[in-house]
Design a protein around this ligand. Structure first.
Ligand code: PLP
Length: 400
């Protein structure tokens, strides 16, 4: 097989010479002319059954060629049979849960997970009951009506790594969904470890430029068919302009991921030695990867770093005020470096006892490393840390 660098550049471009184009055409039609009613009806039936395409796209909620082209390209990166794109990561997860419900109404979820995922699974909004467990207790939590096991690795925001193969073994016949947003297909391909569904908030690294909200699920044909049926019924589709931008970003995905990872390795090491930092979570630090998953399950540790500052909430909040180059903002995986406060923002919706159990403390900050130079980033971050500790006074340094 061609390398991921080559596939990132060429995937989805197969029909270009036939189409006589060099860049992907964007089809913005919401409806399509139907000259032959019988043919249109059979196209409609095919799309309603969740087929990947039909002679006539009929209507944009049923099919869009620009979106389908991105999906084919993305499936190739994940080494999947198929992929289905949605208007957001949460729309993608909702579709997976709705599609899984034909198997039963029980889900096993592994904590920690993204705050929105935790909320969607806990809230009962999509009418599934979730049992939350640690990675070693999946088998014991299974029931005859368990429809899905949901996990995230690396997990948001603690960067804990979960062995996909181990969870798949525990789950037995039950399909496993892996949220691989933090890893991207450049560093991790969960289907090769036995997962059934790989979910990405494509808003993050896949888009990579902070200008597209999207979700994508890579899986086999059977699940993709079910997901397309849910998508056309519920309307959680991706806009073709978003699909175009996602496809446009794929060729540089391996470059972006590896470059940001190089900087993250450096900054994580420096943060770990910093006198105002209590602990650093980064999969590239030995203590954070007790099962040796970097180098086996994951090709590298990625570019997300979580660290706890001395002085708790006040110092953490002041660091957000004091950074100049780094943007204080939620989201991640962009070309620019972002910093955020999980307990106050991305995981605010998660109950406080759960936050405490997961070590998501008031002094915790999450960094998403971008493509700036490591030395410029370090100067900004270390200056902000030093100023924050000074502004908050020494009292803050001994408080928790
Ligand atoms: C952001 C995020 C999501 C949700 O994706 P949206 O595109 O914001 O809907 C899900 N999982 C993880 C790990 C995320 O970081």
């Amino acid at each position: 097989m061609l390398s991921i660098e080559t596939r990132s550049v060429h995937a989805g471009r197969e029909a270009f010479s036939e189409l006589g184009v060099h860049a992907p055409p964007i089809d913005l039609s919401t409806t399509y002319p139907l000259n032959d009613l019988a043919e249109a009806t059979s196209s409609l039936d095919a799309l309603a059954e969740g087929r990947r395409q039909a002679d006539n796209p009929i209507y944009a909620r049923l099919h869009n060629p620009t979106v389908a082209r991105f999906e084919r390209a993305f499936a190739s990166l994940e080494q999947a049979g198929d992929a289905v794109a949605f208007g957001s990561g949460m729309a993608a997860l909702t579709a997976c849960l709705l599609a899984a419900r034909s198997r039963g109404r029980h889900v096993v979820g592994i904590r920690p997970a993204y705050g929105g995922t935790d909320h969607l699974l806990s809230s009962g909004l999509v009418d599934v009951e979730t049992t939350w467990v640690r990675p070693d207790a999946v088998r014991a939590a299974l029931r005859p009506e368990t429809a899905l096991v949901v996990l995230e690795t690396p997990a948001n925001p603690t960067l804990e790594l979960v062995s996909i193969a181990d969870i798949v073994a525990q789950a037995g016949e039950v399909p496993v969904l892996v949220d691989s947003t933090f890893a991207t297909p450049v560093l991790q391909r969960p289907l090769l470890h036995g997962a059934t569904l790989v979910l990405h908030s494509a808003t993050k690294f896949i888009g990579g430029h902070g200008d597209v909200l999207a979700g994508v699920v890579a899986t086999g044909e059977r699940w993709a068919t079910e997901l397309r049926k849910v998508r056309l019924a519920t309307g959680g589709i991706l806009h073709p302009l978003g699909a175009y931008l996602l496809h446009r970003g794929l060729p540089t995905l391996p470059l972006r991921v590896k470059r940001a990872q190089r900087t993250a390795r450096l900054l994580a090491g420096r943060l770990a030695r910093h006198r105002f930092v209590r602990r650093v979570a980064y999969p590239g630090l030995e203590a954070c990867d007790p099962n040796g998953l970097v180098g086996t399950q994951m090709e590298g540790p990625g570019s997300m770093i979580t660290f706890e500052v001395d002085g708790g909430y006040d110092v953490a909040a002041t660091v957000l005020k004091e950074v100049r180059l780094i943007t204080p903002a939620v989201s991640l995986g962009s070309v620019d470096t972002l910093i955020e406060h999980p307990a106050g923002l991305t995981h605010r919706i998660v109950p406080e006892t759960v936050l405490r159990d997961q070590g998501i403390s008031p002094g915790l900050l999450r960094l998403s490393i971008g493509l700036e130079s490591a030395s410029d980033l370090w100067l900004d971050l270390s200056t902000a840390l030093r100023r924050a500790v000074r502004l908050c006074g020494t009292a803050a340094r001994i408080a928790t």
